[in-house]
Write a protein that binds this ligand. Structure first.
Ligand SMILES: [Zn+2]
Length: 272
């Protein structure tokens, strides 16, 4: 019997025993070890965020842990954050400046090497091929092994900047290996996309050692969190503790991790 026939017959057997979805999940997880170990051997990650605070909020513990282990962490901020306030007396230009400074301070706490800014106006990030190509160019210039992005398929995400950021980041990763797009920048293959703000996590990263650093970084975003700080801390703790319980650790952050081969035309990405 040829080995692939044997693998096929094993899978058939599992489908009968455990059902199609479970059997496929087991097979795909075996085929792609990076789903359970997405940061193994990684030397650089790029975290794409709609606003200056999302990487810290969605993945700060994990990014701080990676930075502490010598991984280069770069942020790409899509908008200027100039409308993220409930204070009618605030000026947009001033808020953009404040938030830029807050993000730079928070980035230092996390251990971020560099923060890049595309500067689109807050709440108005356009979903266009031009925006996607700007992200693609950053990916090709930075050459990250892993790209972090908000999960654009989070069902009840009402903020368009978050949906658009997740979509253009996914599309830029998808097109980055194609040399006929933006010819003057050399193609680059991103191994893994890690979606934060996801309702369907398939990977939990132990952040017990960096959870306080995440809180410290978030405390630098005074314009965003100062007035609701105790509630933010409580919510983050409850969530991180629940995710931690999945992994058997104190605190964890949750991601939906998809290897490059699973982000296009593969229905299996739904079940891993
Ligand atoms: Zn945001």
């Amino acid at each position: 019997m040829r080995p692939e026939e044997s693998a096929a017959s094993t899978l058939r057997k599992r489908v009968v025993e455990a059902g199609l979805e479970q059997a496929l999940r087991e097979t795909v997880t075996k085929l792609f070890p990076e789903i359970s170990e997405p940061f193994e051997g990684v030397s650089k990650v790029l975290c794409v965020q709609p606003h200056p605070d999302d990487c810290d909020l969605g993945a700060g513990g994990t990014l701080a842990d990676l930075a502490g282990r010598g991984v280069e962490v770069v942020y790409l901020t899509m908008t200027d954050g100039s409308r993220g306030t409930t204070d009618p007396a605030m000026e947009q230009e001033r808020l953009a400046e404040i938030r830029r400074r807050e993000q730079e301070e928070a980035g230092r706490v996390i251990g971020v090497s560099r923060i890049l800014w595309l500067g689109y106006p807050d709440t108005l990030l356009p979903y266009t091929p031009e925006v996607r190509e700007r992200v693609l160019r950053v990916i090709r210039e930075e050459k990250p092994d892993v790209v972090f992005a908000p999960d654009p398929w989070l069902m009840y995400e009402a903020h368009p900047d978050h949906r658009v950021t997740g979509l253009v980041a996914s599309e830029a990763v998808m097109f980055s290996p194609l040399p006929l797009i933006a010819r003057e920048v050399h193609p680059h293959v991103v191994a893994v996309v890690a979606y934060y703000y996801t309702a369907r996590p398939n990977y939990f990263h132990d952040v017990s050692g960096t959870f306080n650093r995440k809180l410290e970084a978030l405390s630098r975003h005074k314009s965003q969190f100062e007035s609701v700080w105790p509630i933010v801390v409580e919510q983050l703790k409850v969530l991180a503790a629940a995710y931690g319980a999945v992994k058997g650790v104190e605190f964890a952050e949750a991601f939906r991790v998809l290897p490059f081969s699973l982000i296009h035309a593969v229905p299996l990405s739904e079940i891993v």
